[in-house]
Design a protein around this ligand. Structure first.
Ligand SMILES: *Cc1c(COP(=O)(O)O)cnc(C)c1O
Length: 397
């Protein structure tokens, strides 16, 4: 049996492979350069073009692009009317922004436990935690697999809650044949470089509701309107505008929009490659009893943003930390998604304690995110599989 590099053996490869990386081609570069030579660096035609393209790709009626995914979540909570005294239900297995958006609005995040096989928020837990104070649910499509939208939507409709889908991982995924982004009340996207398509920094809110759409436009730009129909006073002149709400400046630049328009042309290609890599990993790891493969619900046709390696700790002599370090020694650089949000000191100070979501906490102890991105070569994929297999077999109990 091959000795792991951490025990003095040879690593599976000499150069490091990282867990995520953007893919930028000449068309992307030219698109950005063209904007730099144009009249508009912000508030220009690329913004509208991108919003129309996102609607065409996802089937959503409206898209509002913004500076990042966190801004998208903040605006979505504001548009949903989340305010002080309200509660917003979300999952702890996510990036901190999924809960922080409730705090920005003065509301309290309530953490619902995950399904132990899909790792997504459990609709039954959402039901159990719904109270008179609940205003919205922020459901995260963890790894890119769709949350169970049908039961979540039914529950939100019956209880007058707004369903916000945190779709930072979800672009390219379909739920029951429809693109995510065209189903929930609002869906937020992120275009950070580790995500499936990128604008450097960037985000969007997708919605089918004109009411939400109008609010989102206001919140994106200071709460200012130039539409006389929305004004309280007669315009003094053609320069006149009014601030009618407390908004932010969450605008995206035209350089970012042009980059994303160009990236979106490659989404089918990105998605197909990600699916191939996930299939190769799933096939290799389903033959290893030490590894648990993430369950996919039949309703979700998933473009995975993350690949989660889950360890069966009863079948291994080492824990997640040692497994992670052993992979690093093989030059396979991984990550962990995510530390349960309420473990953070900021949340502890707000009164959250460990033990809240036992399934999420157990999951956190067992997971490692493996490299997954478009530009991985077949050799890269084989190296990752070889490294995982070597370590899992060497340390099997
Ligand atoms: C990346 C991410 C965000 C935040 O997006 P930014 O564009 O980085 O602000 C929010 N939620 C999830 C689940 C994410 O992965």
């Amino acid at each position: 049996m091959d000795k792991p590099a951490i025990c003095g053996g040879d690593p599976v490869r000499d150069t490091k492979i990282f867990y995520g990386h953007q893919y930028i081609d000449e068309a992307d570069i030219q698109a950005v350069v063209d904007v730099l030579k144009s009249d508009y660096l912000t508030c220009g035609p690329k913004i509208t073009e991108l919003e129309e393209k996102l609607c065409r790709i996802t089937g959503a009626a409206y898209a509002v692009v913004c500076s990042n995914g966190t801004a998208a979540l903040h605006m979505a909570c504001q548009a949903a009317g989340v305010k002080a005294g309200d509660e917003v239900i979300t999952t702890p297995i996510t990036f901190a922004a999924s809960a922080n958006c409730a705090l920005y609005c003065g509301a309290r995040p309530v953490f619902a436990d995950v399904n132990e096989e899909t790792y997504n928020i459990d609709p039954e837990q959402v039901k159990a935690l719904t109270s008179k104070k609940t205003k919205a649910v922020v459901a995260v499509d963890f790894t890119g697999q769709s949350v169970e939208l049908a039961p979540l939507l039914a529950h939100c409709r019956a209880n007058n809650l707004v369903l916000i889908e945190d779709g930072a991982h979800v672009i390219g995924t379909r739920y029951k044949g429809k693109c995510n982004g065209s189903i929930a009340d609002m869906t937020t996207l992120s275009f950070h470089p580790v995500k499936t398509v990128t604008s450097g920094e960037g985000g969007a809110v997708l919605t089918n509701s004109e009411t939400f759409y109008r609010k989102l436009l206001l919140y994106r730009a200071h709460g200012i309107t130039r539409d006389p129909e929305q004004m309280a006073h007669e315009p003094d002149g053609s320069w006149y505008y009014e601030q009618t709400a407390l908004g932010m400046n969450y605008r995206m630049t035209d350089m970012q929009a042009a980059l994303l328009i160009s990236q979106l042309d490659k989404l089918p290609m990105f998605s197909a490659r990600r699916k191939e890599i996930v299939k190769a990993y799933d096939e290799a790891f389903s033959g290893l009893p030490q590894i648990i493969v993430q369950k996919e619900i039949p309703e979700s046709d998933t473009t995975r943003h993350l690949y989660i390696l889950r360890l069966d700790r009863e079948k291994l002599r080492i824990g997640r930390k040692q497994f992670f370090e052993a992979l690093e020694a093989e030059n396979v650089c991984c990550n962990v998604h995510y530390i349960p949000t309420y473990y953070f000191p900021y949340y502890e100070k707000l009164g959250y304690a460990r033990g809240l979501c036992p399934k999420a906490e157990k999951l956190y102890e067992e997971i490692i995110s493996l490299p997954l991105y478009y530009a991985m070569s077949n050799q890269d994929v084989r190296d990752v599989i070889n490294a995982v297999t070597k370590i899992a077999e060497y340390y099997k109990r």
